[in-house]
Design a protein. Structure first.
Length: 437
């Protein structure tokens, strides 16, 4: 690639922020209101943990000679089975996360049209959204990219707008009253929103995936990853805390469209509806992009021989259509299995599960940084500093796992352990050549 075609540090930073902000935030004020404004401490813990993870990922991306993102990093320390486990848990995590994004779209959509949906109707509407966003991807990557590039403004405009102008409606006394409305002990209160805040940062590993198209990656990738993570952190913390001083805590905790509610309070119900419409658009655009991403994750794993060959097949438009259909069938089953009395509960269950499965490849990658740097012959002093940062990222990851709750840990563990059985089925392709090749 010629230098002029390569991405500079500013566009890469923005890309990283946009990848994180796509949809993670739109239900957050509701979830955090259940805990209270004390959740600002969770934000600070998560921002620090995410910065450590992001920095270590940037180092992995710079020094790793293997392709395949987190799977490639894990392979350094854990061999082929580590590569498989990282790709498998990451794939499962995206599969679950996309159902949660679809539920967010349904939540905002039902508020927008004033519809009251029963749990079964929410499940069916979620499945419809998933299928529409999957079929829309059959045209290939270019179309998906163009749509996502437009729709992401549906979340950026309201969230950044609220962070800037929301202060004119901000009530310090309302904010203070919402500090810890249920009088939960300090560490429990902070812990209970850790998984939620980490959910907003998922995607921080995405800048490292673009190392090939960046000018001077050794300098620019770490700057972009840290800058993007920090930028997203500031916008998240400001917007969710401004909202807590505009909308009363109970109204926020019971809302399925918190940003729409805030704009309705600040201006008029019509403005609130416009914001809800923008957010539904952004959710669907984000889902469109993520459904394509997940099909690509499964496809690259199938190309390597880890996943069934059905995920490798592509259509004339270069889209892995059969893989996408297989994935959306799984997601439809998941949407039916997690039906809950309230949309918020269902969203909660899915987010915790997505966070638990997403943390597995994070932990594998953090552990692999030591050997990645040894192989790349990095100066020992510099390597030590990066390894310490990776250790902080790993400790934060374990704290996030613990905070996700026993139910999410249980299901996440079962899904993860199933990975070893599945690896056993494909292992002859790799292990026989290793041992007896």
């Amino acid at each position: 690639m010629s230098k002029s075609n390569k991405m500079g540090v500013v566009p890469l930073t923005i890309l990283t922020m946009v990848n994180m902000m796509g949809s993670g935030i739109i239900m957050l004020p509701t979830k955090l209101a259940e805990v209270g404004t004390i959740s600002i401490i969770s934000w600070l813990v998560t921002a620090l943990g995410s910065m450590a993870l992001a920095w270590a990922f940037a180092k992995c991306g710079m020094f790793s000679r293997k392709s395949g993102g987190m799977g490639g990093y894990a392979e350094y320390a854990f061999g082929k089975s580590g590569n498989f486990m990282a790709n498998y848990t990451y794939g499962v995590s995206l599969l679950i996360a996309n159902v949660a994004i679809a539920i967010s779209a349904v939540g905002y959509g039902s508020e927008l049209f004033g519809a009251t949906l029963s749990p079964v109707q929410i499940g069916i509407a979620t499945i419809c959204v998933l299928w529409i966003c999957t079929v829309a991807n059959f045209g290939g990557a270019r179309i998906t990219g163009q749509i996502s590039g437009i729709t992401v403004w549906g979340v950026i405009i309201p969230v950044v707008g609220l962070s800037v102008i929301g202060w004119f409606w901000f009530s310090p006394s309302m904010y203070a009253e919402s500090w810890n409305p249920h009088n939960v002990p300090f560490f429990d209160a902070v812990g209970s929103s850790i998984a939620m805040t980490l959910w907003a940062f998922l995607g921080l590993e995405s800048a490292c995936a673009n190392t090939e198209v960046v000018e001077n990656p050794e300098r620019n990738v770490p700057i972009a990853v840290l800058g993007g993570t920090l930028g997203a952190a500031v916008i998240y913390i400001v917007s969710t805390n401004v909202i807590a001083g505009i909308v009363p805590n109970m109204d926020l905790a019971n809302s399925t469209a918190p940003f729409g509610l805030a704009f309705a309070q600040m201006f008029t119900p019509t403005v609130g509806k416009v914001i809800m419409g923008l957010m539904v658009m952004s959710c669907c655009g984000s889902l469109l992009g993520w459904q394509f991403t997940i099909a690509q994750v499964f496809k690259s794993s199938a190309d390597e021989g880890y996943f069934p060959k059905i995920f490798s097949k592509v259509s004339k438009a270069e889209a892995p259509v059969k893989g996408m259909l297989t994935i959306v069938i799984f997601q439809s089953v998941l949407a039916l299995m997690t039906i809950s009395p309230s949309l918020n509960n269902q969203f909660n269950v899915l987010v915790n599960l997505a966070v638990v499965t997403n943390i597995i490849p994070y932990i594998l990658s953090m552990a692999a940084l030591v050997i990645i740097q040894k192989v790349a012959k990095v100066d020992p002093g510099k390597a030590k500093a990066a390894n310490l940062v990776a250790l902080v990222g790993a400790i934060y990851s374990f704290y996030a796992l613990y905070s996700s709750g026993s139910e999410a840990m249980l299901y996440g563990a079962i899904v993860t352990f199933m990975g070893w059985t599945l690896y056993g089925l494909v292992s002859p392709r790799f292990e026989l050549t290793n041992k007896h090749g």
